[in-house]
Design a protein around this ligand. Structure first.
Ligand SMILES: [Zn+2]
Length: 485
């Protein structure tokens, strides 16, 4: 999509639709001089109230745009970046359903600080995953907006278009990877194709199975041993501030498909399990964005990638495996595999990369979805400053986090025959998973994001599409931007 600022509203060319924003109470929210009889009639009818996300249409065959879309922004006193994102997502949804390609917008008269949220919403809402549709399908060519021109936008906001486009492209990359077939988005595919996708400024190292054996990453190897694709780990580094000591390590869970292993999932629970690499895709995408934006920060992503398959070679319940850290782990449930691959990657990163902060993101537990639902992720942290900064980034980006306790349930992870068990019973499952990970952080400041809810949606929600959402990219990029300042 070409998204751009435009001037001279009076001299504009034609387009399919003009978006005209209103505050609740149908008070106009735009600066440009625009009026029409049809608009007055519609407003006089009282049918359009301007409520948040409300859409009303009138047609004007002879106008430069044959359709005029009135968009409600809600009450002016309640406006926020997130309310603007929600409102514009509703407009884009309507426009895409009608297969319209060229859009004009009378940019609303709002505080400079909130204006970029409109760019974000338009960019994030204009996404479709169609590569698996058949050639003859009506939807093969996606219903996407091709040009989006904004009238009355400030030069300051206009100067940030490229910035938000860069971020949105990486969000789309994560969505594509999550939505792709698990037999296409394999550990091999990650190893072969991801390095080139991250751009020249990102230095990547790929650890293949032999490298993992040499390093002693017994947990990652165990999880991947049942699959026909060999596990791997991708290290992607960007050094934007070589003088600084600060180095942030991002670790993402990369299970390309999770059957549950020998502790096989039910059909319903397995249905969405190609999303189980969303954490890895997110962390790699965040490093890509940090490099593309030239952020003054040092950041490395580690993505342990494996498929948790069922078969004669699968790792076994009741067996004990040795982790990179040296700690041994008894497998009480082969479906609690995400924490195993993360544990090895975190321990490897802490030892070899000397990070000042570790953040991991993972579609880790069903328990967090029971607790917080599909729209929020759980945040666990032993570091107040990182937790506060992540919460602030969450408020700015609208990617919701809720702080969860690292309550001392460690006894439940005790094993009679190994140093740790990989499960601690059903209750407080997401807390116990976090406590398991904490055992491998070596005391380094750390935050864990359990994103099993919002990484993959059963139905679209605002500017998030159904299935892969790319949730977390904007949150973590915002966090890095704040740290880089
Ligand atoms: Zn699992």
């Amino acid at each position: 999509m070409k998204i751009a600022a435009a001037s001279a509203f009076d001299k504009r060319k034609s387009a399919d639709v003009l978006i005209v924003p209103f505050w609740e109470g149908a008070k106009s929210a735009f600066k440009e001089n625009f009026s029409s009889v049809a608009l007055e009639d519609l407003l006089d009818s009282g049918d359009f109230k301007g409520k948040l996300g409300e859409v009303a249409i009138f047609y004007a065959a002879k106008a430069k745009e044959p359709r005029c879309l009135l968009l409600g922004l809600g009450k002016k006193e309640n406006v926020s970046s997130e309310s603007l994102r929600k409102a514009f997502a509703a407009a884009i949804k309507w426009i895409r359903e009608k297969k319209l390609k060229a859009v004009h917008l009378l940019f609303p008269d709002i505080e400079e600080e909130m204006a970029p949220s409109i760019l974000e919403s338009v960019l994030l809402s204009n996404y479709a995953f169609t590569s698996l549709k058949g050639e003859s399908s009506d939807d093969k060519s996606p219903r996407l907006i091709e040009t989006f021109l904004m009238f009355g936008i400030s030069s300051q906001t206009a100067s940030q278009i490229d910035h938000y486009q860069t971020i949105a492209e990486s969000v789309s990359l994560v969505r594509d990877l999550v939505n792709g077939n698990a037999d296409d988005v394999t550990p091999e595919m990650f190893a072969k194709e991801i390095p080139a996708m991250l751009g020249k400024k990102v230095k990547t190292v790929v650890f293949d199975r032999k490298d993992l054996e040499k390093e002693g990453m017994g947990l990652l190897l165990a999880v991947g041993q049942g699959a026909r694709y060999e596990p791997c780990m991708i290290q992607a580094s960007y050094r934007g501030n070589p003088q600084a000591k600060e180095h942030i390590l991002l670790v993402g869970k990369g299970i390309t498909y999770d059957t549950g292993g020998l502790c096989l999932k039910s059909a319903d629970n397995m249905l969405t399990m190609k999303c189980d690499m969303a954490g890895a895709a997110t962390m790699l995408a965040v490093v890509k964005v940090a490099a593309a934006l030239g952020l003054k920060i040092n950041v490395t992503a580690l993505a342990p990638i494996a498929e948790n398959a069922i078969g004669s070679k699968s790792f076994k319940q009741g067996d004990v495996y040795r982790s990179f850290s040296g700690k041994t782990v008894e497998i009480l449930n082969t479906d609690a595999e995400g924490r195993l691959v993360l544990a090895d990657a975190i321990a490897y990163g802490v030892k070899n990369l000397k990070p000042t902060l570790v953040i991991d993101a993972a579609t880790l537990t069903g328990a967090i979805v029971v607790a917080l639902g599909e729209e929020m992720s759980g945040l666990f942290s032993n570091d107040e400053s990182a937790a506060k900064d992540l919460e602030r980034a969450s408020q700015r980006t609208g990617e919701s986090l809720w702080r969860m306790p690292l309550y001392d349930y460690k006894d439940s992870l005790r094993s009679d025959i190994a140093d740790l068990a990989n499960m601690g019973g059903r209750e407080a499952g997401s807390i116990k998973a976090a406590l398991f990970l904490q055992e491998f952080t070596g005391g380094v400041p750390w935050a864990h994001i359990d994103m099993a809810g919002p990484a993959f949606l059963s139905k679209p929600k605002g500017y998030f599409p159904t299935k892969g959402t790319g949730w977390g990219v904007r949150l973590l990029v915002d966090f890095l931007e704040q740290r880089a300042k």
